[in-house]
Design a protein around this ligand. Structure first.
Ligand code: 9MR
Length: 389
């Protein structure tokens, strides 16, 4: 397989077009008004307003360091998107850095912001091998804790976190990235503690007990491509459904790269949906080769932008064409805040998002705006989240 493994290590404009009508006027201060007390305000030509016409939530990953402190960032988050995903602040490393002491502050602020701006929240993520607190595991694959301790800890983590946010989360990424690129179960501390994939069913059951109304998702990358990994996840979720495990959906992360062919995404979304599941594109970005820093947001090939426009458009249209695809979420919206330049730096890649380093919309943004404006014939979504946002 030519695509590099996207294995994850530890952490380390106004866009109004030509005076179109507003559904309201913008106010993006987090926490300034009680939730629901005033209508959220956003432009009629925003991605969120256009997606609303077919019941499709357009989301973004949010960097909570910028939210509230960066006025443009905050305004765009509120105006353009009808769903938000915390890029990092609901991960275990962030919510329980010290064993037994929770810190929900940043995630709570995002949830308050979302309520104020009539956005739904994708909770990300409960069970992962990456971004674990060091007291639990420093690499996700080894730990000094016993299997029994790990089982008790995972149950407590899931139940405490899901209960803390009960009623506030639309979709939870319950389990993230449980398979390797070769379609084998990833040998994480969870896999080893259970002696197999049994932790996944337990995780969904525990999450469902804690918040029966939240939609529960399995989330992974490269599911977009038909192949051993996508097939392995397909077999897993089919078997979970057969066992009546409370799984509602599958998230296709959608970290795309112009050096690879565009995946058969629509077919893959549809075959998972045909199992009786919701599907979503949860972390979309389209990276390309770029110049060295400080120009890491500038493609080396002047034609790269055309491929990026095409990939963004096709990724969105794949979702639009599948009625069960309930949300389309880019992984952030300003190239400066993207994880990509720091991760793929030899050779350098980047320029993967809809807005440039100065938070100005790129041509990719306008392509999505036009696709949504022309999407009136696409099937309307149904279920929670498909109503007016
Ligand atoms: O964007 C996230 C970045 O800020 C973190 O440093 C990184 C740590 O692994 O995680 C990034 O988000 C990942 C997401 O949680 C799961 N899928 C892959 C994403 C990109 O690495």
């Amino acid at each position: 397989m030519l695509r590099p493994a996207l294995s994850i290590g530890l952490v380390s404009a106004t866009v109004l077009l030509g005076g179109m009508a507003l559904t309201g006027s913008a106010s993006a201060e987090p926490g300034a008004a009680p939730a629901q007390s005033q209508a959220a305000r956003y432009p009629a030509d925003s991605l969120r307003a256009l997606g609303d016409r077919v019941g499709l939530r357009i989301g973004t990953a949010v960097n909570t360091d910028e939210l509230g402190s960066n006025a443009d960032y905050t305004r765009i988050t509120a105006e353009q998107f009808s769903s938000v995903t915390p890029e990092n602040v609901m991960k275990w490393q962030l919510v329980e850095p010290t064993r037994g002491t929770y810190d929900w502050a940043a995630a709570d602020r995002l949830v308050a912001f979302a309520k104020k701006n009539k956005q739904l929240v994708r909770g990300h993520t409960l069970v992962w091998h990456s971004q674990l607190p060091t007291w639990l595991s420093s690499d996700g694959y080894t730990t000094t804790l016993s299997n029994d301790e790990l089982k008790a800890l995972l149950k407590k983590h899931i139940q405490d976190q899901v209960k803390h946010f009960k009623g506030d989360i639309w979709q939870w990424d319950v389990v993230n990235e449980a398979f390797d690129d070769d379609g084998q179960p990833r040998q994480t501390i969870w896999y080893k503690a259970w002696g197999g994939l049994g932790y996944i069913a337990d995780a969904f059951r525990w999450a469902h007990e804690a918040d029966p109304k939240a939609l529960l998702f399995y989330n992974d990358y490269n599911l977009e491509f038909t192949g051993v990994k996508s097939n392995a996840v397909y077999d897993l979720v089919r078997s979970l459904k057969a066992q009546r495990v409370p799984i509602d959906g599958v998230g296709f992360q959608g970290h795309l790269d112009t050096q690879y062919g565009f995946p058969d995404l629509q077919n893959n979304l549809q075959r998972f949906a045909d199992l009786g599941l919701k599907v979503a594109e949860t972390e979309v970005d389209v990276r390309t080769f770029t110049q060295a820093p400080p120009n890491e947001n500038t493609p080396t090939n002047p034609l790269a932008g055309y491929a990026q426009e095409s990939y963004w458009s096709r990724a969105l249209k794949a979702c639009l064409a599948v009625r069960e695809c309930i949300s389309f979420t880019p992984w952030g919206f300003g190239d400066t805040y993207s994880w990509i330049p720091g991760w793929f730096d030899n050779p350098q890649e980047g320029a993967a998002l809809l807005y440039d380093g100065n938070l100005q919309p790129k041509s990719q943004y306008y392509v999505l705006q036009q696709d949504l404006a022309l999407a009136a014939g696409a099937p309307h979504r149904s279920g929670p989240g498909a109503g007016h946002n």
